[in-house]
Ligand binder design. Structure first.
Ligand code: ZN
Length: 77
């Protein structure tokens, strides 16, 4: 086997290696993107995004509908 044949084989091996690697990376990115999209949709449906916590007692309430929790220093009435 000549040196040239070895070089060709090495080049072919590198091409295949990086081709497969690139495909896997792209698949992983697509999977991560799909996951992000799914999580984004789920987060939209969750009410917690529009919930605000009372800075004094930590009680969560929908924005604009906070009620006084009865604890001293609660800013809501
Ligand atoms: Zn409170």
């Amino acid at each position: 086997m000549g040196l040239f044949t070895l070089l060709i084989l090495a080049a072919l091996g590198a091409l295949i290696y990086f081709g497969v690697k690139g495909r896997i990376v792209r698949l992983r990115e697509e999977f991560a993107e799909a996951l992000r999209r799914a999580q984004g949709k789920r987060a939209e449906k969750l009410p917690s995004e529009s919930m605000v916590a009372c800075p004094t007692c930590g009680t969560y309430a929908t924005a604009g509908q906070q009620k006084n929790c009865g604890k001293q220093g609660c800013p809501y009435t």
